[in-house]
Design a protein around this ligand. Structure first.
Ligand code: AMP
Ligand code: TRP
Length: 330
């Protein structure tokens, strides 16, 4: 079976963008691939975090992933900091990555622009190398992610190929896997930026744990154009097209089918229907989430996951150190 790896940051609540863009694919792939999914707490530390909150959010995000349908008997779910090999391989790969390459990463440039330059952490700059280490440790073939991660995946491939050229075949060069629709769910208040949990306006995203009334209100307030035609046209009608994408993915219906249903009915009815489709999608996830958190089962799932992940990661790390000429212990 081919291997899959992906990571999710524990930096706040997950959104329906994470769910549709990434986690739905994670769930599908566990049926056909050997999957490793990781809550990347070391990545979250690249920007300031409150220690107590970071720990809580790590468990919450893991529980949301299981509640979304990840099955502990079919895949491996673990916390990045529980497997030391990630940080160690990251150092080795930093020695193979160019300063210029990292400076071109758009996510770094965006995040750095939002902070005061002098206080941007060095780790925010080397962040994509840790991501490459995550992926390459597991001889990963396929990496399901949203559109925003495409550039990081290109860099991962470049690092793997460079290493293989310099030291001989060591890493599997991974492929990126981005869904045809849903790879980039946009904000509810601005269809030119992606929906993100780090947006200071909670009205811009739907969180996986939002209550039905909150979902109705957020969708009711979502920005639209001044027309009244429910039609998919990303150029002319970016807001309605984004809402149609969410509707289609939550209901399992085609966009044409939804357009036909709301023909001549205006945006209010459409938004009402969309809200109910989102609520129905999230209800079972929310129920499963609360159960997992109350029973404490998530800690055991993560513990078993770390054991399985560590075994594979250490074997790869030993191989890499040997290739690079680091002397093994007796
Ligand atoms: P993050 O929360 O940044 O760790 O992202 C976790 C996964 O969700 C990554 O694969 C992202 O590419 C994906 N993702 C995040 N935001 C969106 C979005 N608005 N639309 C689609 N996918 C997303
Ligand atoms: N950088 C990714 C994000 O922000 C998270 C991530 C870390 C990841 N390591 C990964 C994604 C490895 C895929 C594979 O969404």
């Amino acid at each position: 079976m081919k291997r899959v790896f992906s990571g999710v940051q524990p930096s706040g609540t997950l959104t329906i963008g994470n769910y549709l863009g990434a986690i739905k694919q994670f769930v599908r792939l566990q049926e056909t691939h050997e999957c490793f999914y990781c809550v990347v707490d070391l990545h979250a530390l690249t920007v300031p975090q409150d220690p107590e909150r970071l720990g809580r959010q790590t468990l919450q995000v893991a529980a949301m992933m299981v509640a979304s349908g990840l099955d502990p008997d079919k895949m491996t779910l673990f916390v990045q900091s529980h497997v030391r090999a990630h940080a160690e391989l990251s150092w080795l790969l930093q020695c193979m990555t160019y300063y210029g390459e990292l400076g071109r990463m758009t996510q770094f440039k965006d995040k750095a622009r939002r902070q005061k330059h002098a206080t941007v952490s060095a780790a925010l700059f080397t962040y994509p190398v840790l991501q490459a280490a995550d992926i390459l440790l597991y001889d990963t073939h396929l990496v399901p992610v949203g559109e925003d991660q495409r550039q990081h995946l290109e860099l991962t491939r470049d690092i793997a190929e460079r290493f293989n050229n310099r030291y001989g075949e060591t890493f599997v060069v991974p492929e990126v896997y981005i869904p045809r629709t849903g790879g980039r769910i946009m904000s509810l208040d601005n269809a030119s930026t992606k929906m993100s949990k780090s947006n200071p306006n909670p009205g811009s995203y739907i969180a996986l744990l939002d209550e039905p009334d909150v979902i109705r209100e957020k969708i009711g307030r979502a920005k639209t154009d001044s027309g009244r035609e429910v039609r998919y046209d990303p150029e002319e009608k970016p807001e309605i097209s984004n809402l149609l994408t969410i509707y289609s993915l939550c209901s399992g219906r085609s966009i044409e089918d939804i357009e036909a249903e709301y023909e001549g009915r205006g945006y209010k009815d459409f938004k009402g229907g969309l809200a109910e489709a989102v609520i129905a999608t999230l209800r079972p996830v929310q129920e499963a989430y609360h159960e997992l958190m109350e029973s404490g089962a998530i800690r055991e799932i993560l513990d078993r996951g770390a054991d399985r992940a560590r075994e594979i990661a250490e074997t790869t790390l030993d191989r890499v150190k040997d290739r690079m000429g680091l002397v093994p212990r007796l």
